[in-house]
Design a protein around this ligand. Structure first.
Ligand SMILES: NC(=O)c1ccc[n+]([C@@H]2O[C@H](COP(=O)([O-])OP(=O)(O)OC[C@H]3O[C@@H](n4cnc5c(N)ncnc54)[C@H](O)[C@@H]3O)[C@@H](O)[C@H]2O)c1
Length: 248
């Protein structure tokens, strides 16, 4: 299994659960030191792992990663796109480049990774692509670049089913609500008890356990889905009080 953004908080939970389940985990991140630390942690748990740098916004970097992984592992069967960027900017605070930067990591990044790793999985006749999207891609959200990137990722996923038709490769989005990582600011954490029906912030390991299920035989017919893990927040009310002042 290869994971992008391996050094992040969500990946820590995913890595731990899947390493314990016996998966070899190829840790990749734009921050090589963070990928190496994640890989070391997996080995500390008795798992198999290796670390590589990758900037998912760079074609050259991703092509280099494909070559390195092909050389060292002969390919992959599971791709988890977890690299992500949240820029807390409202419409009026964005410029072209700040908007593009978020789209570049959260949408173009998974597209590039799937484009380069997907054909190998299809050739093998089995594969699982898991994109870490967000509830922000399924409902109104204060930060438009993040919301647009994750909504784009969801529909990219649905559309890719046609490309992978009959190949044994499925593509799904896991859409977490508020997960206990450094990406989440205190104000949002404070809202969870009041606004999430289960009153829980999601543990990154819950995301790992869910992905473990998605990799199993029982999940073989789950394909092209937005799979929410948000305690029900999105279904019942607005999670975020954060509203821009600009047009009020
Ligand atoms: N934390 C949450 O509440 C939450 C909720 C829903 C979705 N998500 C999504 O989950 C994923 C992981 O988020 P997290 O909370 O662990 O954040 P994080 O900031 O802890 O981790 C993100 C990781 O992505 C890496 N990264 C950033 N740009 C990159 C690039 N160009 N190439 C390769 N790697 C890059 C970072 O170095 C970092 O290690 C993201 O896609 C995020 O949007 C998070």
């Amino acid at each position: 299994m290869l994971i992008t953004g391996a050094g992040g908080g969500m990946s820590a939970g995913i890595n731990e659960i899947l390493a314990r389940a016996g998966h070899t985990i190829i840790c990749t991140d734009v921050n090589l030191a963070a990928a190496e630390a994640a890989s070391k942690k997996i080995k500390g748990l008795g798992g198999q792992s290796a670390a590589y740098p990758v900037d998912v916004t760079s074609e050259v970097s991703v092509v280099g990663l494909v070559a390195a992984v092909e050389r060292d592992f002969g390919g992959i069967d599971v791709l988890v796109n977890a690299a992500g960027l949240l820029d807390r900017k409202y419409l009026v605070d964005h410029d072209e480049s700040s908007f593009d930067k978020v789209i570049g990591v959260n949408l173009n990044g998974p597209f590039r990774m799937i484009r380069h790793f997907g054909p190998g999985m299809a050739e093998q006749g089995w594969g699982r692509v898991i994109n870490i999207s967000s509830i922000a891609g399924t409902t109104g959200y204060p930060y438009p670049s993040y919301a647009a990137s994750k909504a784009g990722l969801s529909n990219l996923t649905r559309s890719l089913l046609l490309d992978f038709w009959g190949t044994g490769v499925t593509v799904n989005n896991v859409c977490p609500g508020v997960v206990d990582t450094a990406m989440v600011i205190q104000a949002v954490r404070d809202q969870v008890k009041e606004k999430v029906p289960t009153e829980n912030i999601v543990d990154p390991k819950e995301i790992g356990s869910f992905i473990e299920f998605l990799l199993g035989e029982a999940a073989k017919n789950i394909n092209g889905a937005d799979l929410m893990i948000d305690g029900g927040a999105t279904q019942v009310f607005r999670l975020f009080d954060d509203r821009p002042e600009s047009f009020r």
